[in-house]
Design a protein around this ligand. Sequence first.
Ligand code: MLT
Length: 411
Amino acid sequence: MARINEHYRNLQAGYLFPEIGRRVGAFAQAHPDAAIIRLGIGDVTLPLARAVVDALHAAVDEMARPETFRGYGPENGYDFLLDAIREHDYGARGVEVSADEIFVSDGSKQDSGNIQEIFGSDCSLLVTDPVYPVYVDTNVMAGRAGAADDSGRHAGITYLPANEANAFTPGPPDERVDLAYLCSPNNPTGAAMDRKTLTAWVDWARAHDAVILFDAAYDAFIRDPELPRSIYEVEGARECAIEMRSFSKRAGFTGVRCAYTVVPAACTGTTASGERVPLRDLWARRHTTRFNGVPYIIQRAAAAVFSPEGRKQTAEQVAFYMENARRIREGLGAAGFTVFAGEHAPYIWMRTPDGLGSWEFFYRLLAEAHVVGTPGSGFGPSGEGFFRISAFNSRENVDEAIGRIRGAFGS
Ligand code: MLT
């Protein structure tokens, strides 16, 4: 008899976004004439940039010729992509990262879910709440979190509330934990951490010998050049932080799949006997064992994001979504909704109107405005009473959705 992994029984019924998809699908089936606008999952809608498409075509042609065909690639990624990442994502901001600290992968969702594997099963962990559900669910699967109580909190996780009082960017706690997940700009709240707060986190991690797992998947949406885009802009972070970045949102790669994780050589964990071990070596071992690399053509497409045309074209895409975010923020704000963020992220975090519960508002918005958003409580207990609206859609749909929301619920 094959016993199952019992820890899976501690998970919430379904992963948030397929669950929303299922509920919207049921509504659509019952109301076939409803023109539903989806501002739920943060999935890009603009086609790939011209520079990316051209690079893909050229790479496919290379694969068609015997002299340029490629099979397995280097495990960490091709040098042309590693060099571009080092120069543009780090060097341009005064950060030194070496090629053997970068691991190209097929997504930050996977990386942020898989990274916990290199840590002991008894490591304590902390998340800010609300939180991208992958961090919690993967630790539940691994047995670090235990069962959830009625509020949805797992016994083995420290939840640090992100709320209006701390501008949705909580600083470090007083106690120590082994692993702390941070995401900035934040999914779901859209809040971006300033340098002071990030520095406080790095100082805390160094003082407590903790490791920060820093998800920077939305860094390209930061508008203020003073805000840090990488945790390595903070002194000392190389000793205590692992960073994940993605091409999904910055360059429309949600269906293409390419991301990377940086594990600095100086970032270490300890063995049971207290010996220091570089986490990079463990991640390299895992990466090469479980993964055969991102396809050559996809890495060429990712490298094209850093070409002069690619940078210009993808910046225009980001600007397009950020104009959507501005319209949602200002449009709903003017109609009496309490809205947060959306200035450095493609997400608007709002309080549900009339004290409605997050799911209650989800159903009413769907039924009365035919608009889909994401219930804040799906991201954790502190998300109850909040709602996330994504700025990823056409201008026409965004404007139409704002009008419908205002019509159904605005003052
Ligand atoms: C979201 O909507 O939160 C994101 O699309 C999830 C993801 O990037 O996996």
